[in-house]
Design a protein around this ligand. Structure first.
Ligand SMILES: [Ca+2]
Ligand SMILES: [Ca+2]
Ligand SMILES: [Ca+2]
Ligand SMILES: [Cu+2]
Length: 461
C-alpha cells in the first residue's frame, strides 16, 4: 500500500487534533465523566464503560461496551464485579468470606502511586487513586506467513488489603473482544500453627506450619448482550465421544441452575442473544470457560454454594454476594438459594462463575508471597463475522466450494494382479497346519530327482 504524502498526513493530523481539542471528552451516557473509561486501542478497537467503588465489592464495572475496529458498538455486560472470596482453611480454624464480611473497597482499598502504574493513568475517587488504567501489549494476536499483529488490551486493576492478604482484582479487555477477569492473591500468609499441624499445611520454617487453605473466587456478571436484557439465553456445550468421533451437544438451560466443569467433555457455556446477529446472520454470543480446574472445592453442607462451579440466575437487586448475602427483602443467603427454579427464558440473566486456588504455603511465601493469578475466560463467539484484528480478505475455506480434485496416484507399491491359486497335487491330501502343499510338491520333485541321479551314478559305476 502506498503511504500518504507528508503534506496530506500533516493536514489530517491538524484536523484530528483540532477535533479532539474542540470536543474535550465524549459525554458518557450512563455516568458522569469522572467515572467513565473510554479507550481506543491501536488497531481501532474501543472499550468504554463506567466504574463505581463500593465498600464490599470494591470496583464494580457498568455498561461495558465493545466496538470492534470498523465495527458496531454493542453492550456486553450491564455490570461486572467480584462477588465473593471464600477462604476455608484445612484445619477448619477459619472460613473467611472476605468480600461480604470485610470488603475490597473503602478503607480496604489501597491508594495507588504512579510507580504502581507504569505508563498508565490513575483514576481517583475523592482524590484517592484507586484504579490503574493501562494499555498492555501481548504477542501474537495472530500470525499467518508474514502477516502478524500483537494484540493490545485495556487493563484495569485495583489493590485491596484484607488482613495480611493483598488482592489485585484485574480486568483485561482485549482488542478482539475477549475479556479476562482475574484476581491476584499476594501479601503475606494469614494463619500458622506449630509442627503438630504439618498435615494441615506445610512446614515452612522450624516448627512453623503455614496452614493450607482454598481461595474460592466468585464473579457476578450481568451480561446484557447488545444492550437488551430479556432476550439472552444460556447454552451448555459438551463434546461426547461416539466411536472415534467427538459430537457436539448443545443444550439450552431452561431454569436457574448450578453447573460444574467437565474436562472429559470440554464443557463450556454460551450466553447468546436470541435476536441480534452478526453480518453472517449468526446470533451474537460470548463463551464462558473456567480453564483453571486443576482443583475444586466441594465444601461441607453448610457451604452448598461451593458445590457447583458456575451458577445461572435471574437478576435480583438484593443478590449481591455468592455467600453471606444479606437476607433482606426475602433474599437468600447464598447462590444455592438464589437458584430457586425461576425460568431463564425471557429473564434478565446473571452468570456467577467461580474458580478455585488451593494454596499450599511454601518457604518462599515469606516474608511476602508471589502474586498468584486466578482467572476465567470470556470470549466472543460470532460477535463478529471475522477476526477483527486482520485487515486481510478472508480466503479461508474457499477451496471447499471447488470441485473435488482428481485422486492422486498412490505412493505405495502398485497393486499386482492376483496370484493364481496354488492347488496341491491331487494324490497328496491337503494337510491342516504345518507344512503347506507347495512343500509337498517340492519334496516329490526332490525325491524323484535324487532317485534319477542315483540311478545315473550307479550306471556310471
Ligand atoms: Ca440481549
Ligand atoms: Ca432466583
Ligand atoms: Ca442480564
Ligand atoms: Cu492463600
Amino acid at each position: 500500500m502506498k503511504t500518504k504524502t507528508p503534506l496530506n498526513f500533516l493536514a489530517l493530523l491538524f484536523v484530528v487534533t483540532h477535533l479532539l481539542y474542540l470536543t474535550p471528552s465524549k459525554a458518557a451516557e450512563f455516568c458522569s465523566d469522572d467515572y467513565y473509561i473510554n479507550v481506543t486501542l491501536a488497531n481501532g478497537a474501543r472499550w468504554d464503560l463506567c466504574w463505581e467503588q463500593r465498600n464490599r465489592e470494591g470496583i464494580i464495572l457498568h455498561k461495558v461496551h465493545y466496538t470492534p475496529a470498523a465495527g458496531q458498538r454493542r453492550m456486553v455486560l450491564s455490570s461486572a464485579s467480584l462477588a465473593q472470596i471464600h477462604v476455608p482453611y484445612d484445619d477448619n480454624g477459619a472460613r473467611y468470606h472476605d468480600i461480604s464480611d470485610y470488603g475490597l473497597g473503602g478503607s480496604y482499598m489501597v491508594g495507588l502511586r504512579q510507580t504502581d502504574c507504569p505508563a498508565g493513568k490513575l483514576l481517583k475517587l475523592d482524590n484517592k487513586p484507586v484504579i490503574c488504567e493501562q494499555i498492555s501489549q501481548s504477542d501474537h494476536g495472530f500470525r499467518y506467513q508474514n502477516e502478524q499483529v500483537n494484540i493490545e488490551s485495556l487493563s484495569l486493576f485495583s489493590v485491596s488489603r484484607v488482613g495480611a492478604y493483598h488482592y489485585i482484582p484485574l480486568w483485561r479487555f482485549y482488542a478482539d473482544g475477549s475479556i479476562e477477569p482475574a484476581v491476584g492473591a499476594t501479601g503475606a500468609l494469614q494463619r500458622f500453627n506449630d509442627a503438630s499441624a504439618e498435615d494441615r499445611g506445610w512446614l515452612i520454617a522450624d516448627n512453623k506450619v503455614g496452614l493450607g487453605h482454598v481461595h474460592n473466587f466468585f464473579w457476578k456478571l450481568d451480561f446484557d448482550l447488545a444492550g437488551s436484557s430479556r432476550n439472552d439465553l444460556i447454552e451448555e456445550l459438551n463434546l461426547q465421544q461416539q466411536g472415534e468421533q467427538l459430537v457436539l451437544q448443545v443444550k439450552e438451560l431452561a431454569t436457574e441452575t448450578g453447573r460444574s466443569v467437565n474436562p472429559a467433555t470440554a464443557r463450556r457455556w454460551l450466553i447468546r442473544d436470541r435476536e441480534q446477529k452478526n453480518t453472517e446472520g449468526q446470533a451474537l454470543a460470548y463463551e464462558i470457560r473456567l480453564p483453571q480446574s486443576e482443583q475444586q472445592d466441594r465444601g461441607p453442607d453448610s457451604e452448598t454454594f461451593t458445590h457447583e462451579d458456575i451458577y445461572f440466575t435471574t437478576f435480583r437487586d438484593c443478590e449481591l454476594y455468592a455467600s453471606h448475602n444479606p437476607e433482606l427483602a426475602g433474599c437468600a443467603d447464598s447462590l444455592s438459594g438464589f437458584v430457586n427454579q425461576e425460568t431463564l427464558q425471557g429473564a434478565d440473566l446473571v452468570v456467577w462463575p467461580s474458580t478455585t486456588f488451593y494454596h499450599m504455603p511454601r518457604a518462599e511465601d515469606a516474608p511476602f508471597m508471589d502474586a498468584h493469578w486466578s482467572y476465567i475466560s470470556l470470549t466472543p463467539r460470532d460477535w463478529q463475522a471475522r477476526n477483527p484484528l486482520s485487515p486481510s480478505a478472508d480466503l479461508s475455506g474457499t477451496d471447499l466450494a471447488q470441485p473435488e480434485p482428481e485422486p492422486e496416484p498412490p505412493i505405495t507399491p502398485p497393486v499386482l494382479p492376483p496370484r493364481p491359486p496354488i492347488t496341491p497335487p491331487s494324490p497328496v491330501p491337503a494337510q491342516q497346519g504345518g507344512t503347506g502343499s507347495l512343500d509337498y510338491g517340492l519334496l516329490l520333485l526332490l525325491v524323484l530327482a535324487s532317485w534319477g541321479m542315483r540311478r545315473r551314478r550307479n550306471r556310471l559305476d
